[in-house]
Write a protein that binds this ligand. Structure first.
Ligand SMILES: Nc1ncnc2c1ncn2[C@@H]1O[C@H](COP(=O)(O)OP(=O)(O)OP(=O)(O)O)[C@@H](O)[C@H]1O
Ligand SMILES: [Mg+2]
Length: 412
């Protein structure tokens, strides 16, 4: 098989770095042929703060994935997240001046370009410009305007920007590990590719990816992305609270959380006590499930209250008929979906990445791998065979323009 047929998704998360090698199988379905995971030690809240250890983990994750897939890879699709991410909607208008008055592909590119004429702070870089819909003269809700007769073309888009330095550090980590970045993709957008169905996107859905350091959210309605947000809060904050509360090490607290943790007190039917070790040889202690829940519950409540206010602010609450899909490792916490349902007042389901992909090995259909699987989906759909130039100044912008063309190619 030719090397170009493989796509690599590289999820650089706060707790783990995961590389997945995928391709289209004989039936044209996405298939994962290799996975590599390495613990991540160089990130905080989704942002690279230690290049050296990130490079090391990237190398190890990709090596393992290569080994399992039996291929050598050189390019990766990588995710980006962190509190520096901004998502907003914008619109642009152009006149259709040619004598035929027929909307061409060029006009669509022109109007998309016009949507970018908004003030973006110097330290921010455009990562995505995603069309939502077009208005042709007075007719709104048009998905594909090419070929239509018109005097005036209007576009509505969702723009995602991120800190230049954060994007650079991700690209550097990958480059210095010996690989090239084919494209950089908003993490939750990738997760959405992996766990949401087209019907959910059409009906209106909130995707929430709760990882170790961040909670990432995107809202879709009428098959388009309407909102994106990254909160610097995740499962590691819960672990931290447990570690402080029980005076035990973060590693022990993590074990305790996974084994006994619960985010909704009413789910604890039978009280149970368990022992845990102390820090540095000190005596550990004994706590009950309810006492542990008292530490966890307020944190998760706080998290979903923030999510709830964010949804309210968007004004999209009425268009979320399909409810909420939770993914990311922290969504595995017992009682967390119940808490989400209670605070968001929407139906909630857990999103695993096995729905639209084949070959996910044993244990790999966990919500932990949603972003990596989604990056493979994204790569298989939007690949354009170019690499991102190693970073020199603000050069992501031209790359975005190129990707737009490709995206339109897929769209129409
Ligand atoms: N069974 C489980 N129960 C509770 N929490 C869990 C479980 N499994 C994993 N987690 C938590 O999930 C988090 C890691 O999730 P994930 O791998 O999605 O994060 P990440 O992608 O590395 O981080 P981020 O997306 O924030 O950069 C950790 O906080 C971990 O404690
Ligand atoms: Mg993640």
């Amino acid at each position: 098989m030719k090397k170009q047929e493989f796509v690599v998704g590289l999820d650089i998360g706060t707790t783990k770095i995961c590389a997945m090698v995928g391709r289209r199988d004989g039936d044209g379905e996405a298939e994962i042929v290799g996975t590599g995971v390495a613990p991540s030690k160089g990130l905080r809240k989704g942002v690279v703060i230690n290049l050296e250890s990130t490079i090391d983990s990237v190398e190890r994750a990709i090596e393992k994935a290569e080994e399992e897939a039996g291929v050598e890879v050189s390019r990766v699709f990588t995710g980006i997240a962190g509190g520096h991410i901004r998502g907003f909607n914008s619109r642009g208008v152009v006149g259709i001046s040619r004598s035929s008055r027929e909307v061409s592909r060029k006009d669509v590119e022109r109007v998309i370009n016009a949507t970018k004429a908004v003030a973006i702070p110097l330290d921010q870089e455009v990562i995505h410009v995603i069309p939502q819909e077009f208005t042709v003269d007075d007719q709104d809700g048009v998905k594909n305007p090419i070929g239509m007769s018109a005097n005036r073309l209007e576009a509505e888009v969702h723009i995602v920007t991120g800190a230049v330095t954060s994007a650079q550090n991700i690209i550097k980590s990958v480059n210095w590990a010996g690989f090239e970045v084919e494209d950089i993709v908003l993490g939750p957008l990738a997760s959405a590719e992996a766990v949401l169905s087209p019907e959910e996107k059409r009906s209106g859905v909130v995707l929430i990816d709760i990882g170790g350091g961040t909670t990432d959210m995107v809202i879709f309605s009428q098959s388009s992305i309407r909102h994106s947000e990254v909160l610097s809060l995740g499962g590691d904050h819960v672990t931290n609270d447990i570690s402080v509360g029980l005076r035990t090490s973060p590693q022990q607290a993590e074990e305790v959380k996974k084994a006994y943790g619960c985010a909704t007190a009413s789910l604890i039917k039978r009280e149970e006590f368990f022992r845990y070790p102390g820090v540095g040889g000190r005596r550990g202690g004994k706590v009950s499930l309810s006492q542990l829940c008292e530490v966890i519950e307020p944190r998760i409540e706080e998290l979903f209250s923030l999510v709830s206010s964010d949804i309210d602010r968007t004004g999209l609450a009425h268009s979320i008929s399909a409810g909420v899909v939770l993914t990311g490792g922290a969504s595995l916490l017992r009682g967390l979906p119940e808490m989400a349902e209670r605070i968001l007042r929407l139906p909630v389901r857990l999103g695993r990445p096995n729905g639209r992909v084949r070959g996910l090995g044993k244990g790999k259909d966990s919500p932990i791998y949603a972003t990596a699987v989604g990056l493979v989906h994204y790569g298989l759909t939007y690949r354009q065979g170019k690499k991102m130039a190693p970073f020199k100044g603000r050069n992501l912008f031209s790359q975005v323009a190129l990707r737009m063309k490709e995206w339109l190619g897929e769209f129409f």
